[in-house]
Design a binder for this molecule. Structure first.
Ligand code: F6R
Length: 607
């Protein structure tokens, strides 16, 4: 989603602002802009499309100044045009905004009635006018912002520059993250620590409702009640290297290949290898007393939740409700007194998931989160933080975060099973051993990269692709279909193998490839029957299975991809690799923008 950067500097800022925007490109955007303050003027440059267009515009019309704000916009209100691009400005102020001003309509009507003229269709522009009105009435920038913030409903992170002040910017956050960075004689604002990585490692995460005045000397932070507050300065740990592609062609490819390392890293903090036990962070809550757990997430993280449901029920005999966050909170869910609600999110900022979390918290639930960004809002609002250690995920399509989520959820399933007396020491030790094997199994799966690349041309011309899976591999079929549609724009659907004959089979013909995920095991025969139903209707099957499965059912398939033979518990982690690689190579074959697919944003901070 939108990215914000602001610099109050001692050197020219335009190039550095654009650099900061480049580091946030991964969030997804469709226009960009900068505004500097120099000689009592606001100098604004904007362009639709990729950052390259803004760079061209700045080369034609440079923006001088030691202070400025910049933004990448992911369109919500209004098309992705130059006039809707941020910064939005009046004579007096320019500002950039991430989030949504929900009450922008009445505000805009009132402003229009007071004679203000709007240039854009955005919700953001109302804030520029509101602040401007106060400044024109003689208020200081601080008092102007103080007067306007209580009028805004919705979610926002704002960075505001003032024509008459070339020594300060004001930032504010409610619902969307904003960080302050401290340099040598410079101070920064950014949507996240990554945006500021080459500028500084000294960061303050603003809290909900905070607003901040930054100058070259530092920052003055105020809370919702306008009391000056102190927030800790922490080392961000975000390095510029973490957001570089290295020898890989795309971030997504790099992140797929990082999985053995980051999953091992994640598992290391949940497994005690010597004792062969699962260890979770301490929590002031008796996990043994839970009767039911509610898991809520969006997109790929929701598919991790689906896998977890199989595991929690099978190993811990614990009933699990799952739902996508956007549906969950509006269906008035029944939450058991004193129950546990679990939220899964790479970013820890997804607006729907965060809203669901707050709904559960207000209903008295204990809140556990599996998140990849430990400084995120969800991490901070949780009672039990279960971090994944995937490192920054830049590719818009989630890959390594997903397998790391599965690693944590498998450990949690075993822990719950032990706590509930459903797993004895020997069984727990066996689970630990299986989990320890995951990184090697991921490496074995990755070894099929070239073979999968070579078969991409079989899938690339398809208009529709179906994915089938059973049990805990059914969510993997959904995940495979999601990956393919996200980055290659091919229509793809995932189905439970047994559901095929209840409708989707009508779609089968020789032009619709069917990707079957079927490790050998007790359910294999049933899946093979479903595969035969497809083949009997001229369907072309790509079978992803282990050597045993391929020996039994591989004949006559369009292609086969051999996975290592693994315990069913770890199969979903391993089978994630071929579906990620297949989507990746098909997208490369089609020449789409793999890391920044059209219309998608990395962290969806609007509902
Ligand atoms: C798919 C993808 C999205 C995210 C979803 C949730 O590749 O990346 O579906 O999984 O937007 O995001 P998080 O996990 O950050 O809450």
């Amino acid at each position: 989603m939108c990215g914000i950067i602001g610099i109050v500097g001692k050197e020219q800022v335009a190039d550095r602002l654009v650099d900061g925007l480049r580091r946030m490109e991964y969030r997804g955007y469709d226009s960009a802009g900068v505004c500097t303050v120099e000689g009592g003027q606001l100098i604004r440059r904007r362009a639709e499309g990729k950052l390259g267009n803004l760079v061209i515009e700045l080369a034609r019309n440079p923006a001088q100044g030691l202070i400025g704000i910049a933004h990448t916009r992911w369109a919500t209100h209004g098309a992705p045009t130059t006039s809707n691009a941020h910064p939005h400005a009046t004579e007096q102020v320019a500002l950039v905004h991430n989030g949504i001003i929900e009450n922008f309509k009445p505000l805009r009507e009132a402003l229009t009635a007071r004679g203000r003229k709007f240039e854009s269709e955005t919700d953001t522009e109302v804030v520029a006018h509101l602040v401007s009105e106060q400044v024109e009435a003689g208020l200081s920038p601080q008092d102007a912002v103080k007067a306007v913030l209580p009028q805004l409903r919705g979610a926002f992170a704002l960075a505001i520059a003032f024509r008459a002040h070339d020594d300060m910017l004001i930032g504010a956050r409610l619902g969307s993250p904003l960080v302050v960075g401290y340099g040598e004689g410079e101070t920064y604002l950014g949507s996240d620590a990554l945006a500021l990585a080459p500028l500084t490692q000294r960061i303050t995460y603003l809290e909900e409702g905070d607003w901040v005045v930054i100058t070259r000397e530092g920052a003055q932070i105020f809370d919702t009640d306008n009391n000056e507050v102190t927030r800790p300065i922490v080392a961000s740990g975000a390095t510029a290297a973490a957001i570089e592609k290295g020898n890989y062609r795309h971030f997504m490819q790099k992140e797929i290949f990082e999985q053995p390392v980051v999953v091992a890293q994640t598992l290391r903090s949940y497994l005690r290898r010597v004792e062969q036990t699962v260890a979770l962070p301490q929590i002031d809550f008796d996990l043994a007393s839970i009767n039911r757990v509610t898991i809520v997430a969006c997109g790929t993280s929701f598919y991790a939740a689906m896998v977890a449901k199989y595991w929690f029920e099978q190993f811990a005999r614990l009933p699990v409700d799952i739902d996508v966050a956007s549906e969950f909170r509006y269906r008035d869910p029944v939450l058991e007194e004193g129950g546990l609600s679990l939220f899964i999110s790479q970013s820890g900022e997804t607006a729907d998931t965060l809203a669901a979390l707050r709904h559960c918290k207000a209903a008295g639930q204990t809140i556990a989160v599996v998140v990849n960004v430990p400084t995120s809002t969800m991490a901070r609002e949780a009672d039990l933080l279960l971090p994944t250690h995937a490192g920054p995920e830049i590719g818009v399509a989630s890959t390594k975060a997903f397998t790391c989520q599965l690693a944590v959820l498998a450990a949690l399933a075993a822990h719950l099973a032990v706590k509930r007396g459903r797993m004895n020491r020997a069984e727990e030790a066996a689970i630990v051993e299986h989990l320890v094997e995951v990184p090697a199994a991921l490496n074995a799966a990755l070894a099929h990269d070239e073979e999968i690349a070579a078969m991409a041309h079989l899938i690339a011309p398809a208009r529709d692709v179906l994915y089938l899976g059973r049990g805990a591999d059914y969510p993997l079929a959904l995940e495979g279909a999601l990956k393919l549609k996200e980055i290659s724009y091919i229509h793809a659907e995932g189905y439970a193998s047994g559901e095929m004959k209840h409708g989707p089979i009508a779609l089968i013909d020789e032009l619709v490839p069917v990707i079957v995920l079927a490790p050998s095991g007790p359910l294999f025969e049933k899946t093979v029957s479903n595969m035969q139903e497809v083949r009997a209707r001229g369907g072309k099957v790509v079978l992803i299975s282990d050597a045993e499965g391929i020996a039994e059912a591989g004949e006559g398939c369009l292609a086969t991809i051999e996975m290592p033979k693994v315990h069913p518990l770890i199969a979903p982690l391993v089978y994630a690799v071929p579906v990620q690689l297949l989507a990746y190579h098909v997208a490369v074959a089609k020449g789409t923008d793999v890391d920044q697919p059209r219309n998608l944003a990395k962290s969806v901070t609007v509902e």
